[in-house]
Write a protein that binds this ligand. Structure first.
Ligand code: GCU
Length: 331
């Protein structure tokens, strides 16, 4: 049985195809870039996309703008990435682990403890060191145009806080649809269960899961504190989110428009980091007001048990070189 959301996504995608939007939109008038987003309009990434769209529209004198579909209306991230690849839509925000499935070098961007802090991550995303990696998926139907922060991820659970790898034993924790995230949960002592974001709340509620792991903003915005009120600050990984664009749409843009598009996309990253920073305390407070408990965690035992995974993630010369470049920027 197909989950309900996939049926909706399929129907929406079919409508888009039939209505002939996509990258063949009429050259006159405004070209509307259909953009898939899996969370709500309150998310700092959504707001950064709105600001990106406004600038794009104004600087192209109304020739281009984004039409953002939030809340997984175009399907979960895996489905929306496929829509971007096929050209049914032009843009989507997807988490880094989904793109790792196309080029393993991306995994460096979501390695445990690769960034020292948000400021370091911002430098990495805006310094240009990722440009060749971002272009590397050309040929598979999409390209990465910029990266957004999604803060640091921590584990949250139903029964009680988790403060050590031993507490994680036997816990089924939802992870994103990626091998790395499954492995990460194992090295932390638990069991990772991959699924799309839209199903997490009810899976915890129904007891299919003991909890999940995510940043405070997603936790609060999706009201997951209602079903998993124990938020343990494991801060185990800062996973990048990526704005991906359909390759042929980019190729067909005239050069000046494409350069402008790329420049404004990069600038939206700076805006997004600012918005994220502003939203963080509010998200924590909202969750606390609704009964969530935040627990400090000694992260060293988790770091120790995840060391083997960290070295397993740095196998190719490209991965090692990229890791060095990222670490350079921490200095
Ligand atoms: C974060 C991230 C999203 C991702 C989500 C998830 O919220 O920003 O891109 O989809 O985690 O865990 O699915």
């Amino acid at each position: 049985v197909l989950p309900k959301i996939s049926l909706v996504a399929t129907a929406v995608a079919a409508t888009i195809l039939l209505s002939g939007c996509g990258d063949d939109a009429a050259p006159t008038g405004t070209v509307t870039l259909k953009t898939a987003f899996n969370q709500s309009e309150n998310n700092p990434q959504y707001k950064a996309l709105v600001s990106f769209s406004e600038k794009l529209e104004s600087e192209t004198k109304g020739r281009y703008k984004l039409e953002i579909h939030p809340n997984e209306l175009l399907g979960d991230q895996r489905a929306s990435l496929e829509l971007v690849q096929s050209g049914a839509i032009q843009l989507a925000v997807v988490a880094n682990p989904l793109v790792e499935n196309f080029n393993k070098n991306f995994s460096v961007l979501a390695m445990p403890y690769v960034y020292d802090n948000p400021e370091h991550q911002r430098k990495v995303f805006t310094s240009g060191v990722l440009d060749s990696l971002f272009a590397s998926t050309k040929g598979t139907g999409f390209e990465v145009v910029t990266a957004y922060t999604a803060g640091a991820r921590s584990v949250y659970t139903k029964g009680a806080a988790v403060t050590s790898p031993a507490d994680m034993k036997g816990k089924k924790i939802r992870v994103m649809q990626s091998d790395t995230m499954i492995k990460m949960l194992s090295c932390m002592g638990g069991t990772g269960v991959p699924m799309g974001q839209g199903e997490v709340y009810s899976a915890i509620q129904q007891g299919v899961l003991d909890g999940a792991e995510n940043n405070e903003i997603t936790y609060a915005d999706l009201k997951q504190y209602e079903v998993a009120p124990y938020f343990s600050n494991t801060r185990h990984v800062m996973v990048a989110d990526l704005l991906v664009a359909n390759e042929s749409f980019l190729a067909k843009m005239d050069e000046a428009d494409r350069e402008l598009f790329r420049k404004l996309a990069k600038e939206s990253t700076v805006t997004q980091f600012e918005l994220w920073d502003k939203a963080l305390d509010g998200a924590r407070q909202t969750a606390k007001d609704k009964g969530a408990t935040f627990t400090e965690v000694d992260i060293k035992p988790f770091q120790e048990s995840c060391k083997p995974l960290q070295s397993a993630m740095l196998t190719t010369p490209e991965q090692k070189a990229l890791y060095e470049k990222i670490r350079e920027l921490a200095k």
